[in-house]
Design a protein around this ligand. Structure first.
Ligand SMILES: [Zn+2]
Length: 358
């Protein structure tokens, strides 16, 4: 199970930026200028229903502006190295992960609300993270392992626990004993089990930048075991995000939106794609390339996404397409997000954008 979390020390930093001194935890939007993660308690003040990819969000802590794209990328960039485990992270701007737990009796289903979900938010993905018999010391816990999907787990030899999303803020916890088990096992009907789970929460009213939508769809495809479907989305996400970073860079430099798009188009006579940005775009702004600079190996790794995408898209004479392994597609997902974070690192959006929303 991949984990995305905000280190405690950074939670503290977020807390300090709030005048009230109360923090609800950061969402995945970080101000490029003051490096503060936006606190969930401040998020409604930013009017999520007006958050669109080409608008600047005004940081509540330093009043400078940043776009949703840079807000999400800054969050990913500040968590450490460029390469990382990005699968299952919250990508929708304003999203976050929450951990919750509840009990269920063996042999029963328990409908429960997901706690800590703020108004206007819903959770989209659900992962089981642990289970144990209530009141039993940790040294006597039964073995816990994830079963066929991330919302199913086995406890000991005979119990299958499933957490099921039943609505935007609700779930059901099921706990079922295996048919034909040996009656002498440690678990029987009615025993209470503590179950913990993690949910990815997003805000309903925020409009995702295209590359975020593509990555979210790729994540869902992988979670649903639609592995072939995920790969073309990954390549498209990189094209879109690199071009958006270039346009945002020009806006950072003072261009309005139309003029920034013109500048990007001028890079290679309007042939805008990931190569244009990875080579000429980045060379112009940072004297380095994504294709040959410090991230050359990562760019080479991304070629695996490109090759596999091409073989899926151009399958005209293939009698069948071989289904990739899930672990390989998750690796391609991680490489894809790492390429976007690497480009963000090279762009070095400097200074602060005041408030122009051109
Ligand atoms: Zn700020």
């Amino acid at each position: 199970m991949q984990e995305w979390f905000i280190p405690e020390k950074e939670q503290q930093a977020v807390m300090n930026t709030r005048t009230s001194g109360i923090s609800g935890g950061g969402v995945n939007l970080t101000c490029r200028h003051c490096d503060s993660m936006i606190d969930i308690l401040d998020f409604p003040d930013l009017q999520p229903n007006s958050m669109a990819p080409d608008q600047f969000v005004i940081c509540p802590y330093c009043q400078s502006g940043f776009t949703l794209d840079t807000g999400v990328l800054q969050t990913l960039h500040r968590t450490g190295s460029v390469e990382g485990n990005y699968f299952n992270i919250p990508l929708t701007p304003g999203g976050r992960q929450i951990d919750d737990f509840n009990g269920v009796n063996v042999g029963e289903t328990r409908p429960v609300p997901m706690h800590k979900i703020h108004e206007g938010c819903e959770y989209t993905s659900l992962f089981i993270t642990g289970a144990s018999r209530k009141g039993v010391n940790e040294e006597n816990w039964l073995p816990f392992e994830i079963a066929d999907s991330q919302n199913q787990a086995r406890l000991g030899d005979n119990l299958l626990i499933t957490v099921v999303r039943t609505g935007p803020t609700n779930l059901a916890i099921n706990s079922t004993l295996r048919e034909g088990r040996d009656g002498q096992g440690p678990l029987s009907f009615g025993d209470e089990i503590d179950v913990s789970y993690r949910a990815t929460v997003s805000h309903r009213e925020v409009t995702n930048p295209t590359w975020v939508d593509l990555l979210v769809d790729a994540q869902h495809a992988i979670q649903e075991d639609n592995l072939l479907a995920a790969i073309p989305l990954l390549r498209s996400a990189v094209d879109n995000c690199l071009i958006r970073q270039m346009i945002i860079y020009y806006r950072w430099e003072g261009h309005d939106l139309d003029s920034a798009i013109d500048e990007a188009n001028d890079l290679e006579n309007g042939h805008l794609n990931r190569y244009t940005i990875a080579k000429h775009g980045l060379e112009e702004v940072s004297n380095t390339r994504l294709t040959s600079g410090p991230y050359a190996q990562l760019w080479d790794d991304f070629d695996d996404v490109v090759q596999q995408r091409d073989s899926i898209i151009h399958c005209e004479t293939d009698p069948y397409l071989e289904e990739p392994e899930e672990a390989d597609v998750i690796r391609l997902f991680n490489t894809t997000v790492a390429v976007l974070v690497a480009a963000y690192d090279l762009f070095e959006f400097s200074g602060a954008v005041e408030t122009h929303n051109g």
